[in-house]
Each structure stands twice: as structure tokens, then as C-alpha cells.
Design a protein around this ligand. Sequence first.
Ligand code: AFD
Ligand code: MN
Ligand code: MN
Length: 424
Amino acid sequence: MRIDKQIIDKHNQGLLAKHKRAFEYVAQDIGGLEEVIEKLRKFQVGIPSWALGTGGTRFGRYGGKGEPGTLEQKIEDVGLLHALNASSGLISLHIPWDIPSDPERIKSHASSYGLSFDAVNSNTFQDQKEQELSYKFGSLHHVDPKVRKQAVDHNIEVIRHGISLGSKAITVWLADGSSFPGQLNFREAFQNTLESLQQIYEHLPEDWKMFIEYKAFEPHFYSTTIADWGQSLLLANKLGPKAYTLVDLGHHLPNANIEQIVSLLLMEGKLAGFHFNDSKYADDDLTAGSIKPYQLFLIFCELVDGMDARGIDHATGLSWMIDASHNLKDPLVDLLQSVEAIMIAYAQALLVDRTALREAQQKNDVVGAQEILQDTFRTDIRAVVAEARLRDGAALNPVALFNELDTRTKLVGERGSDTVATGL
Ligand code: AFD
Ligand code: MN
Ligand code: MN
């Protein structure tokens, strides 16, 4: 389903007067908005192919309707998001759920929607039908070298698929861990993982990166072999300059200070980027910014500060992906909400007076520093984010237009109501 430009223009015409009032109201007190808007227009969020369908929990799944059942349809859905918000220009594939049978055709299908391919994701957390050896007791950390080799070969295959689509990174998330004391020798598990990752690393093209994603717990509940940023960074440093640490916001123990982790990984030049989502308790994979928007803002404050300190291009220097899975809302609406929350946090972080903040810090002016951040966070700059969309011919209110067009009904009309997207 493609959205015609004149439909978007008509939607915007109806909202333009109100938008202009809101934008002028913000502009009267805040300078530098043109620079912020240009940065917002360049900033693209990677959409995970596995979030385009209704997710489930271990207690079941309530299937959605008109969901994408093929890679082509997943690309069409991300293209729809991108037409609405001009900020979803990347799709992150998961192999083997998204095998591109004809890469050239898939690439041109994606580019017809203005999309390119973000990191590809390997999967050694599930046994596939034709798989010879099981990952029940792990993959890259497995005690059996034959299982490790099978998992290494899968990751090399994923890199090959990524190369065929123009991707430049592979994300390795391992479910490897243990659920009982004594089950694993921790050092052996770490060493096996490192040696396996080294074998994969050797197959990375020169201009590729490996993102090593950590997760505190789940699916194992006593230990995870890459459980925190320290273990991921240790591996990344041992592997070499193409290996980085990927921060999934839901992968920390409750109340972890993620913005501090982000700041230090940036300092080390080892931050890969993010899997954005939100959570209350664990890897809840909820809409970004829906539970802890202040945390998301503080993370972006560290990002802007750290990227500028290292001269990293905000749009292309790191990988900005969503990783969420939904079972209550329309997945496409939820993704529109997530992208909006990310763009707002980024825009607000760009508007923090960092000179004044530094002065307050140097004077131990706790209240002054706090007020600088809270003041920016409490300033409604949604009109600035909307202005960036408007200038790119996208919708002033993407969710409203998605609903006005009765998009899901149209997708059911095109696909039937029983398609179920593969994925988590
Ligand atoms: C699950 C894992 C992890 C991974 C994602 C896609 O927790 O976040 O990145 O699946 O493989 O959410
Ligand atoms: Mn993730
Ligand atoms: Mn996760």
C-alpha cells in the first residue's frame, strides 16, 4: 500500500494553521531551530522487520490482521511508515525469517520506498526445521565444537545476505546462558564465545561492523554469557576495531543507569548504537518513551555530548534501531509512536544549553544543572519535530493520518486477515 503525496498534503493543509502557531510559539523563545530541524531531517530510525507483526508473550499471542507475511510486504509496511514520518528510512532484517531470495529485486523494492538496509540480525536462539544440531544448551558458547561451528556458519551466512542487500553491520544477540548453578563453566563459556566470534569477525568486510548485544537475563535465568556492557565491551575490545557494543534499552537490570553506560561506551569509541524500546520491569519491548521518557531524553543528552566530543556524525555514526514487539496495539501505530518519541528526545537533547550545563557542573551547582535539563525536557517541542516532517513532505500527524486512512482495513483488504508475520 502506497500513500499518495496529495493525500499527505491534504492532511497537512488541514493542520497547517495550528502547526504554524505552535511552531512560532516555540521559535519565539528558542534559537537555533533551523540547525535542529536539519539534523532531525537527516536522522533515520531503523525499523525491525520482526516488529511489523503482532508479537506475543510466553503466555500466547493474539494474531493481528493484514500483517506482512513476506519480506516484500514487510518492506511495504516500513515504506508506509517512512511516507508518514520521513524518519523510518531503514529496515533491519532477521535471518532466517527474512531471507532475500532475489536480493537485487528486494533492494530495488526497498529503494522504491526510499529505504535501505540497517544491520542484519542472526538467530541462534531458535532451532530451525532443517537444523542438524540443537541450540538448546547454547550456540557460540556451546561445549560441543560442532554446535559452535554450526552457529558460526549461520552468522557467516547472515553476513553474506547482508552484503547482498547493502547492509554494513551484523547484530549478534546470544540467548546463550544457564538456568542453574553449576551448569556452566563461566570462563569456558566466555572463551568459546570469543573464539566463535573471532571466526565470524574474520568474515566481516572492511567497511562492516559487528554489534555485540548484551542482555541481563532471559531466556536463561541464572546467567547469560553476554549479560552486561562490561562483558560485551571485553569481547569487542578483544575482537578488534570493527566490533562494538549494542545497547538495547530493555536489557538491563531494573534502575540501571543507562545514560552513564552510553556515555562511557561513547568515550571508548565502542558504542554501536541502540535497540530502542521501553520497559517497566524487564525486556518488555514496549513503545519507546512510553514509560520512562526522561531516561530516553537523558540518554540522548549523553549521546549528543559524546558524539560531538568525538566528532561523530549524528545521523550515520551510530545505529539507531527500534527493537520492540507488540501484542496490544497495531504494530505500525506503535512504531510511529516510537519513532516520534525518539525524535522528540533527540531534538530536546540538541536544545540543551551545554555550555551553561558545564558551567553549573564545574561550580557544583546541582540545582542549576538539574534545572537546565528539566527545563528543556519540560518544553514542548513537538512542533519542531513536526516541522522537520513537513519539510520532507511527510505528515504533520502520522498516527492521525494512519487512522484517517483506515490503513489497517486497507492492508487486510490487500492481504486477507489471516496473514501472520514471522518473527518474535
Ligand atoms: C529479542 C532479544 C534481543 C534481540 C531481538 C532480535 O531480547 O533484543 O535483539 O530479539 O533478535 O528481543
Ligand atoms: Mn534487541
Ligand atoms: Mn530484547
